[in-house]
Design a protein around this ligand. Structure first.
Ligand code: KIV
Length: 297
């Protein structure tokens, strides 16, 4: 039987994700950082669009997410906002935007919501973020948690590795998830954790889990769009399924364009404009010298 894309006309919002979990619906999340991509993703029916700080890796050319600033997130968020109609739009709070006190964090989150049009913010960390999550929720801001591999901690971690691999670390992750739920988070990203632990967390909280490298039992899956479209450089993590190779598609198009320009077959007459006959006559441009450039070459 052919796969039928589900009709999902209604606008997604933070509370509706919990209802979807209760109904056992599997939702889909992708990142986007610009207007055309966000339009395609939204029109394809993706439920959540995240302007992630992975922006730093896949768009801005930084080696990791640490240098990404609030202003950079805001520029991309505004472009995405103009494109998105149905999906829930979530903005990442970049490193440094929520580390200097709760008031600063609220101010920065409010900028993402008021200036950038985000409907929710995401921030990395478990137990240690509980007070901050409560404060943001008190200020009417919807908060998505993020535990497991937290890329903003790369300088402390030393490398991107699977998290929660010992019983103690796994228990800590489960506690973190419960604490975030109690603090008022509406969903939690689980990044690169063993699928058994992701399943336990998914079953032990009533809010949806959003897995990336966390196995099939999470309520929602997320990928960085450049990774799944073949637009990022370097080795892909094992959890990334390459759905397209746009690197190859783009290289082929750019190379053919360059070949056509160099050999003079682009642009053709159909791809350029002719001077109207009357003006050509007035300027004494005859048919014979009208295309003199073409003749000379
Ligand atoms: O920044 C990002 O894209 C993320 C996702 C990987 C969840 O945090």
């Amino acid at each position: 039987m052919p796969y039928l894309k589900p009709e999902r006309p209604e606008k997604v919002n933070a509370p509706s994700l919990k209802t979807s979990k209760q109904r056992g619906e599997r939702l889909v999340c992708l990142t986007a950082y610009d207007y055309p991509t966000a339009r395609i993703v939204d029109e394809a029916g993706i439920d959540i669009i995240l302007v992630g700080d992975s922006l730093g890796n896949v768009v801005l050319g930084y080696g990791n997410t640490v240098p990404v600033t609030l202003e950079e997130i805001l520029i991309h968020l505004k472009a995405v906002r103009r494109a998105v109609q149905r999906a829930l739009l979530v903005a990442d709070m970049p490193y440094g935007s929520f580390h200097t006190g709760a008031d600063d964090a609220v101010r920065n989150a409010l900028r993402l919501v008021k200036e950038g049009g985000a409907e929710a913010v995401k921030l990395e960390g478990g137990h240690k973020r509980v007070q901050l999550v409560k404060r943001l929720v008190d200020e009417e801001i919807a908060v998505m948690g993020h535990i497991g591999l937290t890329p903003q901690s790369i300088n402390k971690l030393g490398a991107y590795r699977v998290q929660g691999k010992t019983a103690a670390a796994a228990r800590q992750l489960i506690d973190d998830a419960r604490a975030l739920e109690d603090a008022g988070a509406f969903a939690i990203v689980l990044e690169v954790v063993p699928r058994e632990i992701a399943k336990m967390i998914t079953e032990s909280v009533s809010i949806p889990t959003i897995g990336i490298g966390a196995g099939v039992h999470c309520d929602i899956q997320v990928l960085v769009i450049h990774d799944m479209l073949g637009l990022s450089f370097g080795k892909l993590a094992r959890f990334v399924r390459p759905y397209a190779n746009l690197h190859e598609v783009m290289t082929d198009a750019v190379t053919r364009y360059a070949d056509d320009v160099r050999s003079g077959v682009y642009p053709s007459d159909d791809e350029s404009y002719a001077l109207p006959a009357e003006a050509a006559e007035e300027m004494s441009i005859s048919e014979s010298n009208k295309d003199s450039k073409a003749r000379k070459s």
